[in-house]
Design a protein around this ligand. Structure first.
Ligand SMILES: Nc1ncnc2c1ncn2[C@@H]1O[C@H](COP(=O)(O)OP(=O)(O)OP(=O)(O)O)[C@@H](O)[C@H]1O
Ligand SMILES: [Mg+2]
Length: 253
């Protein structure tokens, strides 16, 4: 059996003394795209933050393996170096640091940490220009401070640009579709689809079945009250759209 890209085993997490994740189990094989859908407040972003290693979450039990390696003991930088990328639901603004400078620092830090040669400035510029063009991110935007004053849709496109340049092996996209107009949705989805590969896996958190017409998932998981309560094919998303979460959520309560 091949090692899954991500395996979550019975993960329990507390925030401020309250249990938010209540036994998450998930196996995401290499090369697959899995969607997570679930009500507001069910714990989806909490799961993405715990995967990325954000402070403030108390893991009371369970394991998270990325490509067979336990990542819960790694700090966020080490996880990123190992190939994990989280596109935030609410991208962070970094005043005073241009998008270009940020991207270069992020890429070169990862290359260095892996013992690989850093990119020359011309190589870096070319990579950004190429990746930016397909995401309709122009040089004006790249000169501006990261995410500062970017529209909602521009922030989401900037997240995908980072992802395209960092070439992570595990991508977690937290509501990357929220707030996108129909053209931006297509641009972002095309950007994500271009990154699909047999050696890369994606976990796509969304509220909208519509996104999954563009980024077609291998598996859809329904998240409710801190755990996955049902998994199925992409038709599960249609079922949710038609019936809402009522039929799925309180089975365990
Ligand atoms: N730092 C925190 N302090 C207190 N409660 C928190 C904290 N972070 C998350 N929570 C609570 O955990 C629960 C899950 O939140 P989370 O953001 O993971 O939900 P979500 O499924 O991503 O929701 P949405 O669909 O609205 O994005 C919520 O009730 C939230 O208020
Ligand atoms: Mg969320």
């Amino acid at each position: 059996m091949t090692t899954p890209m991500l395996e979550i085993r019975d993960l329990h997490v507390r925030v401020e003394e309250r249990e938010i994740l209540k036994g998450v189990n998930l196996v995401l094989p290499a090369g697959e795209v899995h969607a997570i859908m679930g009500r507001n407040g069910s714990g989806k972003s909490t799961l993405s933050y715990v995967l990325a290693g954000r402070d403030g979450y108390e893991i009371t039990s369970g394991e998270v393996l990325m490509d067979g390696q336990n990542i819960l003991d790694l700090d966020p930088n080490e996880r990123a170096t190992a190939g994990l990328f989280l596109a935030f639901q609410y991208p962070i603004e970094i005043p005073g640091v241009s998008t270009m400078t940020f991207l270069k620092a992020a890429i070169n830090a990862q290359l260095k940490a892996r013992g690989e040669a850093v990119l020359s400035t011309p190589d870096f510029m070319r990579a950004v220009k190429d990746a930016g063009a397909s995401l309709q991110i122009n040089s004006d935007m790249l000169k501006r401070a990261l995410n500062v004053g970017f529209s909602g849709g521009e922030k989401k496109r900037a997240e995908i640009l980072q992802m395209a340049l960092l070439k992570p092996k595990l991508c977690v996209l937290d509501e990357t579709d929220s707030g996108l107009d129909i053209d931006a949705l297509r641009i972002v989805s095309d950007g994500v689809n271009a990154l699909r590969s047999p050696t890369r896996s994606m976990l796509v958190i969304t509220h909208y079945q519509r996104l999954l017409n563009y980024i077609v998932p291998d598996v859809v998981h329904v998240f409710s009250d801190g755990r996955i309560v049902k998994s199925g094919g992409k038709e599960l998303a249609l079922e949710l759209e038609a019936e809402g979460y009522a039929g799925f959520s309180e089975a365990a309560a």
